[in-house]
Ligand binder design. Structure first.
Ligand code: SPD
Length: 279
């Protein structure tokens, strides 16, 4: 049978990958960081025993956390990414030629160092001169930052357990809103409605209390339990379904998943989600 690595969700569900070898395993001041080589999903980043991203399906996640926001925000000169230490989200951000500056805030330098060494195919934009990576606590940054405001903020955190849990706090979302230009867009990973409906619904309620436009959207990410994933688009003005066609044209050719039709389709919610959100 060989060696398997399982992510366990509760006492009756787990998802397992057959492992060829462990490439990296260390405890940082914040969490356990691993990179494993698997048979089916290629190299996989694992944090505190939770699968974060894989060479096999990372594009499904990183393109969808990025492009719905980047194609709809009125301006995309300045983009802030909180989390995303594997480099996949900033890679997608920096494919947009209109982006002038992308600041990435990652608390754990070990995640970036391990990703640079073992997942070079995911983080292909580390050398982009528009990228400014800072190893600081995203919560503190949002609380205290005097930086100019951002046109788009992307929250690419872990699940709401461990050091990433605070990225789901209402006060953190409030801080993000303070750092947005008027009409700016926040997009965040908002968990699986199928596996973690309570977290998903609670997150939507927190966001609805802060932004006038809160629109969850969905897509497949096979690495994450149930394979059903969600992100959420938030703004005080603007519409998620009215992207700038020229911005889409600039990136569709180089995207493995994202295109204009998928953008529209992702915002169509299944009944079980609409009912849970009373839509
Ligand atoms: N269940 C795992 C959720 C992880 C979401 N963030 C992934 C980071 C990829 N850049």
């Amino acid at each position: 049978m060989g060696l398997w690595y399982d992510e366990t969700f509760d006492d009756h569900t787990r998802f397992g990958l057959r492992v060829k070898e462990t490439l990296f395993c260390a405890q940082s001041p914040y969490q356990k960081v691993e990179v494993i080589e698997t048979v089916g999903f290629g190299r996989v980043l694992v944090i505190d025993n939770v699968f974060m991203t894989s060479e096999y399906d990372e594009f499904l996640y990183h393109e969808m956390i990025t492009h719905p926001a980047l194609t709809t925000a009125p301006k995309i000169d300045r983009v802030l990414v909180i989390g995303g230490g594997d480099g996949g989200t900033v890679r997608e951000v920096l494919r947009h030629p209109d982006v002038k500056e992308c600041v990435m805030i990652e608390i754990d330098q070990m995640v970036v160092d391990a990703s640079k060494e073992f997942l070079p195919g995911i983080g292909t934009a580390w050398g982009d001169p528009r990228l400014d990576v800072r190893f600081i606590d995203g919560i503190e940054y949002v609380k205290k930052s005097n930086d100019d405001k951002y046109d788009v903020i992307l929250l690419d955190g872990t699940d709401p357990v461990g050091p990433g849990a605070v990225l789901f706090d209402e006060s953190f979302y409030r801080g993000c809103k303070r750092m947005l230009v008027p009409g700016g867009v926040v997009a965040l990973q908002s968990e699986s409605p199928l596996l973690m409906m309570d977290v998903f619904v609670e997150t939507q309620h927190k966001l609805r209390g802060l932004f006038s436009e809160v629109h969850p959207y969905m897509g497949p990410v096979p690495l994450y339990g149930t394979g059903t994933w969600s992100w959420t688009w938030c703004s005080d003005t603007g519409e998620p379904l009215r992207p700038f066609p020229e911005r889409q044209e600039e990136i569709v050719e180089g995207s493995k998943a994202y295109n204009a039709e998928l953008h529209q389709a992702a915002f169509a919610l299944p009944n079980y989600v609409k009912r849970a959100l009373k839509l």
